[in-house]
Design a protein around this ligand. Structure first.
Ligand code: FES
Ligand code: FES
Length: 205
């Protein structure tokens, strides 16, 4: 009986041993794969290694050296001197940094400069026709659609993007289209009026 128990113990111990070995081997293989993947990722994603990129902004081509971690907002403001897009929350909540990417309003603070390659970027500066204001800018001016003005460039870009895809939006569509842009001064009433006026100025009214 004692011998039986001993053998059972040895048997179980061996089985556990092989099972443990199997898991161990799998773990080793998995961790090797993970290490290889991580080192490959590190190679590609080193956030500080300067990378040459080409951005098309307001119809002009810019070849610049950027760190992959830099946001489009940072590159626009700090490297290209295009300061109309404003730095607000820097986490995709306020809309002060809104620019158009392929005609769609996007938060420049949440877009990496490297991922904006191959797109058409438009900033508020790009809405000017020489010294003349664009339609949406003119509408904001006419409707007094700002107080401190800090959110205004982002509001204008959001409105411009909305009207590019929907030249005659309903009130509901304007509210939805502008909902990603906050105004701490609470100038919303005039902002909505300005969007409606922009529709008229653009010939959609
Ligand atoms: S600064 Fe980009 S959303 Fe606020
Ligand atoms: S006008 Fe001041 S935040 Fe909108």
């Amino acid at each position: 009986m004692e011998e039986d128990n001993k053998n059972k113990h040895i048997h179980l111990t061996r089985r556990s041993f092989f099972s443990t070995m199997g898991m161990g081997a799998a773990t080793v293989v998995a961790s090797n794969n993970l290490a290889a993947w991580a080192s490959e990722e590190n190679k590609v994603m080193d956030p500080t290694e300067p990378t040459k990129i080409t951005l098309k902004i307001n119809g002009q081509t810019h070849r610049i050296l950027v760190e992959p971690r830099w946001s489009l907002l940072f590159v626009l403001r700090e490297h290209l001197g295009l300061s109309a897009a404003k730095t607000g929350c820097e986490r995709g909540e306020c809309g002060a940094c809104t620019v158009l990417i392929d005609n769609v309003p996007r938060y420049a603070c949440m877009t990496l400069a490297v991922e904006a390659q191959g797109t058409e970027i438009v900033t508020l500066e790009g809405l000017m026709k020489g010294e003349e204001l664009g339609h949406v800018q003119q509408a904001f001016l006419e409707q007094d659609a700002f107080q401190c003005g800090y959110c205004t460039p982002g509001q204008i870009m959001a409105a411009d993007g909305l009207l590019r895809s929907n030249p005659k939006p309903t009130d509901g569509e304007i509210r939805k289209g502008m909902s990603g842009n906050l105004c701490r001064c609470g100038a919303y009433h005039n902002i909505f009026q300005a969007v409606n006026r922009a529709v008229e100025l653009k010939g959609g009214g």
